[in-house]
Design a protein around this ligand. Structure first.
Ligand code: PLP
Length: 410
C-alpha cells in the first residue's frame, strides 16, 4: 500500500481517538501489547491517589470508605462485559496460573470418575505445568494428555474430565473455536476451562453463549493493568453451588468477618477468591479498564484483523527474500490479534528491531511475534514496523554478538 492508502486507513479508524488515552513514548512503535499492555494515563493519577489519599490518609478505613474490599468484583464486572459474562460471575484476583489451578481442582472434583485432563501442545506452558501439578497433588491417578491443537476435538473421549485450552495460541495466534470445542466437551460429559489470556480485549469473547464452565485470563495484556496485574476468573453461575474450592481462604468465605472456624463458601464467584485483594494492583487495573468504556469489541476485532492483514502483506512483500515464513493463520478470523513469523536468527533480529525502535518479542525456537492492540496501534505503525524489519534484514543490523545474548525475559 502507498503512504496515502495507509493514511486513509488511519483517517477512517473509528478507534483512532483511543490512542490519546495512553502514555506512549515518542519515536517508538509498540507491538507487544499482547504481552504487556501500554500505560493508560488514568492509571497514574489513580494509583497516586490510592497511595497518597486512600492509603496514606485513610489507612485501614480504606477497606470500607474506598470500597477496597469490593474491588475484585467491581473490576471483575468490568472484565465480564469484555468476555461475554454476566455481572457477578467474574472475580479479578491472583494470577492466571493460580486461577487456572483453582478452576481445575474444582472442575476435576465435578467429574471424580474421570482421569484425563486434556490440553494441546500449543497451550502456554504454565497451563500444562498447572495441570501436571494438580494431577500430582491429587494423587488419584489423573493424567494430563496433550494432543496437537487440530486434534483436540477428536481426543475428547469419555475418560476426559476437563478440557483445558487457550483460545489463542501465544506463539502463532491460531484460534480455537470456544463454542464448538465446549459443546464437544459437554457432549462427551467433560467440562471446559478456557484461558483467555490473548483473547480478552482483543476481540469479542462470549463465554455465556459458548457455555464455558470456567475461564481465566490476564490483566496485564490487552487489559493494560500493568506488570503483574491481577488476573481474572469466570465461574459459570449455575456451577456456583456445586463448587467446593480446594483453595479455600477467608476471602472466599460467605462471611469473612464472622471469623467462624469452619469454611462456608460464598454463594457467588467470590468463592474462587482466597486471600486479601491486592488493592494497588486492582486500582491500577480498574483505572486501566476506563479505556474500554463505550468500546464495541466487534469494532476492535475488525481493526485487529485489518492491522494483522496489513502487516502480513507488508512483511511478505518486503522481507520474503530473507527466509521469513508466516507462522500465523493467514485468515484473520482464524487468529487472535497477533502475527508471528518464523525467522532465522529470530532472537538477534528482534533485538535489532527493538534497537531500531520497534518493540515486538521473540518466542523460542524461532518466532518473531508482533501484537496489535487495536486501541493504540495505528495502521501507519504497522507499515513502518514492516519497513524497519526490512531494513534490519537487508542491512543485517541483527548481526552483532550483543544481539545474540539472551536476556532472562525474551
Ligand atoms: C500470559 C499467559 C499466562 C500467564 O500466566 P501468569 O500466571 O499471569 O504468569 C497464562 N496463560 C496464557 C495462555 C498466557 O498467554
Amino acid at each position: 500500500l502507498t503512504d496515502a492508502d495507509i493514511a486513509a486507513l488511519d483517517a477512517a479508524d473509528p478507534l483512532a481517538d483511543k490512542r490519546a488515552l495512553f502514555d506512549l513514548p515518542g519515536g517508538l512503535i509498540y507491538l507487544d501489547g499482547n504481552s504487556l499492555g501500554a500505560l493508560p494515563h488514568a492509571v497514574k493519577a489513580r494509583v497516586s491517589d490510592v497511595v497518597a489519599r486512600e492509603w496514606g490518609e485513610g489507612l485501614i478505613r480504606g477497606w470500607n470508605d474506598s470500597a477496597w474490599i469490593d474491588l475484585p468484583f467491581k473490576v471483575g464486572d468490568r472484565i465480564a462485559r469484555l468476555v461475554g459474562a454476566p455481572a457477578g460471575s467474574v472475580a479479578a484476583c491472583d494470577s492466571t496460573s493460580l486461577n487456572l489451578m483453582k478452576a481445575l481442582t474444582a472442575a476435576l472434583a465435578l467429574r471424580p470418575e474421570r482421569p484425563v485432563i486434556l490440553s494441546d501442545t500449543g497451550n502456554f506452558p504454565t497451563d500444562l505445568y498447572v495441570a501436571q501439578g494438580v494431577a500430582a497433588m491429587l494423587g488419584r491417578g489423573h493424567a494430563l494428555r496433550t494432543v496437537a491443537p487440530q486434534d483436540v476435538a477428536g481426543a475428547i473421549g469419555d475418560d476426559v474430565a476437563v478440557l483445558v485450552v487457550t483460545e489463542v495460541d501465544y506463539r502463532t495466534g491460531r484460534r480455537h473455536d470456544l463454542a464448538a470445542l465446549t459443546a464437544r466437551a459437554h457432549d462427551a460429559g467433560a467440562l471446559a476451562i478456557w484461558d483467555l489470556a490473548h483473547s480478552a480485549g482483543a476481540f469479542p469473547v462470549d463465554v455465556s453463549a459458548g457455555r464455558a464452565d470456567f475461564a481465566v485470563g490476564c490483566g496485564y495484556k490487552y487489559l493494560n493493568g500493568g506488570p503483574g496485574a491481577p488476573a481474572f476468573i469466570y465461574l459459570r453461575p449455575d456451577h456456583v453451588g456445586a463448587i467446593a474450592p480446594a483453595h479455600a481462604g477467608w476471602m472466599g468465605h460467605a462471611a469473612p468477618f464472622d471469623f467462624s472456624l469452619g469454611y462456608q463458601p460464598a454463594n457467588s464467584v467470590a468463592r474462587m477468591t482466597v486471600g486479601t485483594p491486592p488493592v494497588l494492583g486492582l486500582s491500577a487495573l480498574d483505572a486501566a479498564l476506563d479505556v474500554w468504556d463505550g468500546v464495541d469489541l466487534e469494532v476492535v476485532a475488525r481493526k485487529s484483523a485489518a492491522l494483522g492483514d496489513l502487516f502480513i502483506a507488508e512483511v511478505e512483500a518486503r522481507c520474503g527474500a530473507f527466509g521469513l515464513q508466516l507462522a500465523s493463520p493467514r485468515e484473520a478470523s482464524a487468529r487472535g490479534s497477533q502475527v508471528s513469523f518464523r525467522c532465522p536468527e529470530g532472537y538477534a533480529v528482534m533485538q535489532a528491531l527493538i534497537a531500531a525502535g520497534v518493540i515486538g518479542d521473540f518466542r523460542a525456537p524461532d518466532l518473531i511475534r508482533f501484537g496489535f492492540a487495536p486501541l493504540y496501534v495505528r495502521f501507519r505503525d504497522v507499515a513502518a514496523a514492516a519497513r524497519t524489519l526490512e531494513r534490519v534484514l537487508r542491512e543485517k543490523l541483527w548481526d552483532r554478538p550483543e544481539y545474540r545474548l539472551r536476556a532472562k525475559v525474551t
